[in-house]
Design a binder for this molecule. Structure first.
Ligand code: ATP
Ligand code: MG
Length: 391
């Protein structure tokens, strides 16, 4: 039987006049994500988008897995396609959903008739199809309030679609609908989660990673690239930038008070990130910080890092416990990779007693003793870029 995917888009419905642009963005994202499986035709129909494969033998299981990771979708279903004929509909339901129906105890039929000229009204369709199912599987019971399986029959312009329970989508907004932002991506648990969360709100990601060779190894960099590719399974292609940060870190270590190392390093990371972000047409920075998690994430420390930023800094993990962040990391499959034990540039020169309540004037005074501008320019100029796609 011919099959299609019926996609229900989410918040898009709220967007009024922008809706069509949003839908086009969602379609573009789905087309790209499904392209390794074959060519799909996309048709917009009311609050549904119909994805129709153009090739035979499309791997629908893989298509389902891929659609589950596309933001901007509330729910979707794989549907069998049949003709606008009641007998054909009944046969299609049994052919397409027979196995599912045999594995449950209760069901109901839900009919949607967008073609009002179809000779049977919705209650008649439900009755007829429901009766037919019961005649084939007499052990089944109808439960209109809480059925295990809802059989939906959608009568549309040219065809009838039949499908079972809907599959939950990834939610959020289509990537690209909110613009672009730069994710400061370490090898830790939090920043990949932060990137996932902001891509969910419609942002395309540039990822910026600070490396400090020879203190950090090429293997550490590969790990971060792997994390970027796992996030890209949701966010789509990521522009991945690796910044050589050793020189700046060594100058901080040799010239600034030890208790301020971390905070000064974070401010310099921001300064470099802002320039790369600007070059790459980003409008915000994203970090994986969570309030109070470490000394550099107290309210005072965050105020000091924010003071250098000319762009909004999004910190979607700010109010989350580590456990909550980990549960998302597990869901998006970044957790295991984050646990791989490679050094991060942050841990290269960790002060023994970092200041948790730094004052901005003290920091600015310490920074003024070193001319970082040239080093910042050099780090930006020597940044290496590559594109990272989802696996
Ligand atoms: P994560 O688990 O994301 O590494 P963390 O709890 O280890 O976070 P920090 O090491 O203080 O916290 O880093 C805070 C944030 O700063 C990170 O979430 C990330 O956004 C950014 N960051 C830290 N190190 C790097 C790095 N080497 N390259 C890019 N960004 C970094
Ligand atoms: Mg870290």
């Amino acid at each position: 039987m011919k099959k299609v995917i019926l996609i229900k888009n989410g918040e898009l419905v709220l967007k009024g006049l922008n809706r069509s642009t949003f839908e086009d963005m969602l379609i573009k994202n789905m087309r790209r994500r499904l392209s390794p499986l074959g060519t799909f035709n996309f048709i917009k129909a009311q609050s549904t988008i119909i994805a129709e494969p153009q090739d035979e033998d499309v791997d629908f299981d893989e298509a389902v897995e891929r659609i589950k990771r596309v933001f901007g979708i509330v729910a979707f279903s794989v549907a069998g396609v049949t003709e606008k004929d009641l007998e054909k509909i009944k046969e299609a339901v049994m052919e397409f959903l027979g196995d599912d129906l045999r594995s449950v105890k209760t069901f109901k039929v839900n009919a949607k008739r967008s073609d009002k000229k179809f000779q049977y009204k919705s209650p008649e369709i439900c009755r007829e199809v429901g009766g037919y199912i019961l005649s084939k599987i007499p052990s089944l019971k109808v439960d209109v309030h809480n059925p295990e399986l809802t059989v939906t029959v959608e009568v549309r312009d040219k065809h009838v679609f039949v499908h079972g329970n809907q599959i939950k989508g990834a939610g959020g907004m289509p990537v690209g609908s909110s613009g672009r932002a730069a994710l400061l991506l370490s090898g830790g648990i939090d920043s990949p989660v932060a990137g996932y969360m902001m891509a969910k709100r419609g942002l395309v990601l540039t990822a910026i990673h600070f490396a400090a060779p020879p203190y950090t190894s090429p293997r550490a960099e590969l790990k971060v690239k792997k994390l970027a590719s796992l996030v890209a399974r949701y966010s789509g292609r990521i522009n991945f930038a690796v910044v050589p940060f050793t020189e700046i870190q060594e100058h901080i270590k040799d010239n600034c008070p030890e208790e301020l190392f971390t905070i000064i390093m974070r401010r310099l990371m921001m300064k470099v990130a802002l320039r790369i972000a600007e070059q790459d047409k980003c409008q915000a920075l994203i970090t994986g910080e969570s309030l109070g998690q470490v000394a550099s994430q107290t309210i005072g420390a965050i105020a000091c890092t924010d003071a250098v930023s000319t762009m909004p800094v999004f910190r979607p993990c700010i109010g989350m416990d580590k456990e909550e962040i980990i549960s998302i990391a597990r869901k998006i499959d970044t957790f295991e990779t984050s646990l791989e034990p490679y050094e991060d540039c942050c841990t290269v020169f960790t002060p023994r007693h970092p200041r948790t309540r730094p004052t901005l004037s003290l920091i600015e005074e310490a920074e003024a003793k070193v001319d970082f501008e040239e080093m910042i320019q050099k780090a930006v100029a020597e940044t290496r870029f590559c594109s990272v796609d989802g696996e």
